[in-house]
Design a binder for this molecule. Structure first.
Ligand code: ATP
Ligand code: MG
Length: 531
């Protein structure tokens, strides 16, 4: 056997077996081509081989697999890829030989002969298999030629399958991405109500990683604490949903988040969801899957609750001063009573004070509605003298309470600040009113002003009932009042600190509090940038 050609028939079955195994094993296209190429090269005892594929979308032919050609020499084979001019067979043959000689010279691989097999699919050439031989020319035995064209056919099928598979896969990835990127929660259930798709938005809402949810039964993830709609999915299914011409099913309620290790806060354990289930039907009207769209309604519920709080707080806070004013006015107006001038004075003072309270409350409400409407604008001036604002506020409160002493300690040469003087006055007003309200036993209140290179700080320290640290962010929220004996006795809407924060932040400043390290009570501090 001059070319080391092995008995074709023995190998034949083995090669075909290996190739068909490779084609059906859903291997990577590259791997399949490599196996086919190697079989082709071995079959004719060639030295090397190459498969080039036509890429219609790029209008180019590219090398897809090589065997026995060092990577750095592959470029030298380019002349073989170019179209061969139409013409009679002998001319084409001569052209190919010329190109092979060129390639052999450049690559220095000593090839003397080339077998070139087109890969056909549906009458179209999708690629070429090249096998290179060296030594004296030899003629392919007939069955080897047949087998080779069988390989080419297999390779064509593999390429076609791989391209189809790639297309399907791309489409699937695109759909997956759409589902994953969806801002709403999306989930797909199979017929047995097992979760097969669970997107990221839903994972965040429910606090369960997609890989933990997938494979679980719907009922094991969606356990409702309370339902707002008539029935849940399982009851609806039991009642015959989906009927032909199927309508969507909407289920709304509060959910117990299934796995609480994922959650930082206790409120996070409950989430309000609205789920729309849509059945996917096959041609015979059988339901194959259910696709569910999930919305987090927690925010909406909170807003609703806030509205209710708003109405009850505001009506209470409005009613109290009005009824006090009415009471005193009515008493003073009584014809039959002969009030002493002191009583008249005291009563008028109470009326005035309550009228001021009403004005404050209305102002706060207006500020809140401006904040909500986005029409909250600062009326700034360049040179607010914070120490003066503080002294005025301190004087006003000093006159109102004899249980508290108010001390003002400001750095000398406190710089003028850019800001809205009236609103900074509101901030101090609330901090000081809180300091007094929430230290019922009285005590010292210290207001300090400090100057730093980039900013100034003002702090209000009381020795009152204190605030637990973990209330840090809650306390600055609208209508939030801590639930303690005092909050039930003292007046307040829980808007003060919310507005303080909004005002300070509108000045690019910050506000926070901490527990006094050396005694009872709290210190509230805000910082404002200089310039
Ligand atoms: P408003 O200021 O609207 O009249 P308020 O004083 O209750 O009402 P905020 O000033 O926003 O509302 O304060 C919110 C809650 O924070 C208060 O109800 C109180 O529970 C708590 N709080 C505020 N300041 C202090 C403080 N210095 N010491 C202890 N608790 C405080
Ligand atoms: Mg307050």
């Amino acid at each position: 056997m001059a070319h080391g050609l092995v008995d074709v028939r023995i190998l034949q079955r083995e090669y075909l077996l290996a190739i068909s195994r490779a084609v059906t094993a859903e291997l990577d296209l590259q791997d399949v081509l490599r196996i086919i190429l190697r079989a082709a090269v071995e079959l004719v005892a060639g030295k090397a081989g190459m498969i080039a594929l036509h890429h219609p979308e790029l209008d180019s032919v590219r090398v897809a697999a090589v065997y026995g050609i060092p990577a750095q020499l592959v470029d030298h084979f380019a002349p073989l890829l170019h179209d061969i001019p139409q013409g009679d067979a002998n001319e084409q043959e001569a052209e190919l030989t010329r190109r092979l000689q060129l390639v052999a010279r450049r690559s220095n691989l000593g090839f003397t002969q080339m077998v070139r097999l087109p890969m056909m699919s549906g009458g179209e050439t999708i690629g070429l298999i090249y096998v290179f031989l060296s030594g004296t020319p030899y003629h392919l035995p007939k069955d080897a030629a047949l087998l080779l064209s069988g390989f080419a056919e297999q390779a064509a099928i593999a390429v076609k399958n791989a391209r189809l598979y790639e297309q399907v896969n791309k489409e699937k990835q695109r759909l997956d991405a759409i589902i994953q990127q969806n801002a709403d929660g999306v989930m797909i259930l199979d017929q047995s109500l097992r979760i097969t798709v669970f997107n990221r938005a839903l994972s965040r809402m429910v606090g369960l990683a997609p890989e933990e949810a997938i494979g679980k039964l719907h009922e094991n993830v969606f356990t409702w604490l309370s339902l707002k709609s008539d029935m849940d999915l399982h009851e609806a299914l039991a009642n015959g949903w989906p009927l032909p011409g199927a309508a969507h099913l909407y289920v709304e309620g509060d959910l117990q988040r299934p796995f609480q290790e994922h959650l930082e806060t206790a409120d996070g354990k409950r989430v309000s969801l609205g789920i729309t289930y849509a059945p996917l039907m096959d041609g015979d009207g059988r339901m194959t899957d259910i696709i569910a769209n999930v919305r987090d309604l927690t925010r909406y519920r909170e807003e609703e609750a806030l509205q209710k709080t708003f109405i009850s707080v505001v009506s209470h806070e409005l009613k109290t001063p009005v009824s006090i004013i009415k009471g005193y006015a009515g008493t003073l107006r009584r014809q039959d009573a002969n009030w002493s001038p002191e009583i008249i004075q005291d009563s008028l003072a109470v009326i005035e004070e309550e009228a001021d309270n009403l004005t404050d409350l209305i102002d706060s409400l207006l500020e809140v509605s401006r904040l909500q409407a986005g029409t909250f604008n600062l009326e700034v001036s360049e040179d607010v003298q914070l120490n003066r604002v503080v002294e005025n506020t301190a004087r006003k409160f000093g006159n109102q309470s004899d249980k508290h002493t108010i001390t003002v300690q400001f750095a000398s040469e406190f710089p003028p600040i850019w800001g809205d003087e009236r609103r900074l006055g509101q901030v101090l007003n609330n901090l000081l009113s809180n300091a007094i309200k929430y230290s019922p036993e009285g005590g010292e209140i210290v207001i300090r002003g400090e100057v730093h290179p980039q900013h100034v700080t003002v702090s209000v320290r009381d020795s009152g009932i204190g605030i637990p640290d973990h209330e840090q962010h809650r306390i600055f929220q609208k209508f939030s009042r801590l639930d303690n004996a005092l909050s039930r006795k003292t007046e307040g809407t829980g808007l003060g600190l919310f507005l303080c924060k909004a005002i300070i932040e509108a000045h690019n400043g910050r506000i926070w509090f901490h527990k006094n390290p050396d005694g009872p009570g709290t210190t509230f501090t805000f910082s404002l940038p200089r310039n």
